[in-house]
Design a protein around this ligand. Structure first.
Ligand code: ATP
Length: 236
């Protein structure tokens, strides 16, 4: 069953059109990558899904047409967005950030169990549970951003450049944890990532965007084997 489908989606910032007919299909529990150079429209595609940019075309989620929905309506349907730059609440503690993630949920025990799960997934956060988010390292903030999104118990997670600004070993740790989260929870994912090796560790299929259009779509294995992908995104 298809969970999310984008067909011929367009988006503009003022007079400048940045999405020029993007298509994307995410099965239930699937994980799809979006690759592409700077400015290709990857972030804008995530913003189109989460309702933070006006769009044309067709966007369906869980069988419902969601194009034109407000961000809070999209979130309430079960789509959680981890934006580039993380978006944690700096003045709140790690625990408070996790609770903010769960604010639409009922059931204290389940929420407490999920907090515990997050702290198992990211043990560094357990040690910093009372610290303000602003005091965390970049890697810890990224972990917190992912954990906070998970606390909403979404059906779909939108992940934007989770490796940005992190040391390679930290980025790898973050991606390994997200992979485990995916296996444990079955949450579907749309993953925007400059580092294609990290992306391919997490996604089943991927699409390459160029100036707001899909130019290649395939399975991770197919794409990894292509010379043009290797040259452009895998360093050789
Ligand atoms: P990056 O990795 O650099 O974020 P991207 O593929 O995610 O690249 P987008 O962020 O979607 O690309 O940007 C697509 C185009 O839209 C770029 O040319 C960018 O300069 C432009 N753009 C992005 N945000 C805005 C904005 N708020 N106002 C005007 N133009 C914007």
């Amino acid at each position: 069953m298809t969970l999310l489908e984008l067909s011929d989606v367009t988006a503009s910032y003022g007079p400048v059109q940045v999405l020029d007919g993007v298509s994307l299909s995410v099965p239930e529990g699937g994980s799809v990558g979006i690759l592409g150079a700077n400015g290709a429209g990857k972030t804008t595609t995530l913003r189109a899904i989460s309702g933070t940019v006006r769009t044309g075309g067709r966007i369906t989620f869980d069988g419902r047409d969601i194009r034109g929905f407000r961000p809070d309506q999209v979130a309430a349907l079960g789509i959680a967005h981890v934006p580039e730059g993380r978006g944690t609440l700096g003045q709140l503690s790690v625990r408070e950030n996790l609770m903010v993630g769960a604010y639409l949920r009922k059931g204290k025990q389940k929420i407490a169990a999920d907090v515990d799960y997050c702290l198992d997934l990211f043990p560094q956060l357990r040690d910093r549970i009372g610290s303000r988010a602003a005091a965390l390292s970049g890697g810890e903030q990224q972990m917190l951003a992912v954990a906070r999104a998970f606390m909403a118990k979404p059906k779909l997670l939108l992940l934007d450049e989770a490796s940005l600004g992190l040391a390679p070993s930290t980025a790898k740790t973050v991606y390994e944890a997200i992979r485990r989260l995916r296996l444990d929870s079955g949450i579907a994912m749309v993953v925007v990532e400059q580092n294609a090796n990290l992306a391919f560790s997490l996604v089943d299929t991927a699409t390459v965007l160029e100036t707001g259009r899909n130019v290649l779509t395939g399975s991770s294995a197919e794409l990894k084997g292509m010379d043009e992908i290797r040259r452009a995104y895998l360093g050789g």
